[in-house]
Design a protein around this ligand. Structure first.
Ligand code: C2E
Ligand code: MN
Ligand code: MN
Length: 418
């Protein structure tokens, strides 16, 4: 028989655990049918595992060759039976744990706990023992005990929402613009519950609209921080030209070392803020942590001065690069922006959901407001807002606009649009 794998090389055995919600109420006959068809399909494919059902949710453990497990999981995600499918674990193992080709379906609601656990053990291959520190087994047992509901959550249904913008709300800054070294684009950070723009983030652009990186590329490391600091006056000037930004605040980005390396950086910023008709209370400073902070004491002194004048502080890109728990333990900002890498695909990703829920709980203990960055899809937004986040930034709502304020795509309940 044709084999994908050279002789003697066996494919890696992969494991996958997911949770999903049954799209419709299922009868006993439905469950029998589901079990039988899963068994037939998986027997052909060489996939073993166990399938649990608690009356509304499924939790399945799948094991088999990597490509096959991936295909079976794609079938699950596309099936009419499952929705809100969330990946809980993707892993590899040296040997199979379950004996059953196909799926033994355990109906949790219909049987007491002890019976479920003994049935789980009964489904194992002879001689296989599941240690209590086995992640897959812990997940399955937590599901069987209903414990997953303590720390996990189902998102809101994205189909309930549509997104609409009012093109008339676009604002262009009048020409000519001042600088030949850099200019700024503005991207709204929106409060979708209140339906207002909480702040506008000023993102650096080159003279012809190039990326922030392109502005810094030509500079030597010595010029880097001074340029970063001085560029901010063009962001303040943009706001001034537009005749202000209503009740929204202005968020600016600064490398931490721009506050440390440039003498009197704080005075310079405060002076520029005042010169362009803004007040420090209207400004949020986002600390972008691309570089490690040396001289933390000097950095902290600068932050204290800024706070004392009323400037708000945000940790940017939280969860990426250097901006992590260590920084948060040393200084607590007014806002914490969760990095796009963590937000991406969150509605279907168990590990990311667990991380974001922990961040939310940590921030609520500390009184810190969370912003979710890089929100691109209604599914991501609806999960995040159901989890308790109010502030969002991302292409779903608006892309950054050069020298202006773009129109925002606001979520509108579908019922209201009929
Ligand atoms: P950032 O501060 O995290 O800014 C958000 C970046 O994510 C922006 O990229 C924005 O265009 C992009 N973005 C926003 N929503 C989405 C989305 O839904 N999907 C995707 N894929 N991207 C999204 P941009 O303008 O290229 O800026 C990149 C980074 O450059 C900024 O990341 C910030 O770290 C840095 N930067 C921008 N302006 C300045 C500045 O004046 N000074 C310094 N030091 N850094 C700056
Ligand atoms: Mn930023
Ligand atoms: Mn960011």
């Amino acid at each position: 028989m044709f084999s994908l794998f050279p002789e003697g090389v066996s494919p890696m055995l992969s494991n996958l655990v997911y949770r999903s919600r049954a799209r419709v109420d299922l009868t006993h006959d439905d469950l029998v049918h589901i079990e039988r068809s899963a068994r037939e399909r998986n027997e052909d494919l060489g996939v073993t595992g166990v399938l649990l059902f608690d009356g509304s949710y499924f939790c399945q453990f799948l094991e088999g060759p990597e490509a096959v497990v991936r295909d079976v999981y794609a079938l699950v995600r596309n099936s009419r039976l499952h929705h809100r499918v969330v990946t809980l674990l993707e892993d590899y193992a040296p040997r199979r744990r379950f004996a059953d080709w196909g799926m033994r379906l355990l109906n949790i609601r219909a049987s007491p706990q002890e019976q479920i656990v003994s049935a789980l053990h009964g489904a194992l291959k002879p001689g296989v023992d599941l240690p209590c520190d086995d992640r897959a087994f812990r997940l399955i047992r937590a599901f069987a005990a209903g414990r997953w509901r303590d720390h996990a959550m189902d998102g809101d249904d994205p189909a309930r929402w549509t997104f609409r913008a009012d093109p008339a709300s676009v604002i262009h800054a009048p020409l000519p613009l001042a600088s030949d070294t850099c200019q700024f684009a503005l991207q709204p950070i929106v409060d979708t519950t209140a339906g207002r723009i909480s702040s506008l983030e000023a993102l650096m652009r080159g003279p012809t609209g190039g990326s922030p990186q392109s502005c810094f590329e030509a500079l030597s490391p010595e010029q880097y921080h001074l340029f970063d600091l001085e560029a901010k006056c063009h962001a303040f000037e943009l706001v001034e030209r537009m005749g202000g930004i209503g009740k929204s605040k202005l968020s600016i980005n600064l490398l931490p070392m721009s506050l440390v390396r440039v003498p009197d950086a704080v005075d310079y910023l405060l002076d520029q803020i005042a010169r362009h008709g803004l007040t420090p209370e209207r400004v949020i400073l986002e600390i972008t942590e691309e570089e490690a902070i040396s001289h933390f004491d000097l950095f902290q002194t600068a932050l204290k001065q800024l706070r004392a004048h009323g400037v708000s502080l945000a940790i940017d890109d939280f969860g990426a690069g250097f901006a992590g728990l260590s920084l948060l333990s040393r200084f607590q900002p007014d806002k914490l922006k969760i990095d796009r890498q963590i937000v991406q695909g969150i509605h279907a990703d168990g590990p990311r959901q667990a991380i974001v829920r922990a961040i939310i709980s940590c921030c609520s203990a500390l009184g810190i407001t969370i912003v979710a960055e890089g929100v691109e899809t209604p599914e991501e937004w609806s999960w995040l807002q159901a989890a308790g986040i109010d502030l969002f930034q991302g292409f779903l709502f608006a892309r950054p606009m050069l020298n202006g304020i773009p129109a925002v795509n606001w979520p509108v309940p579908v019922a209201e649009t009929r």
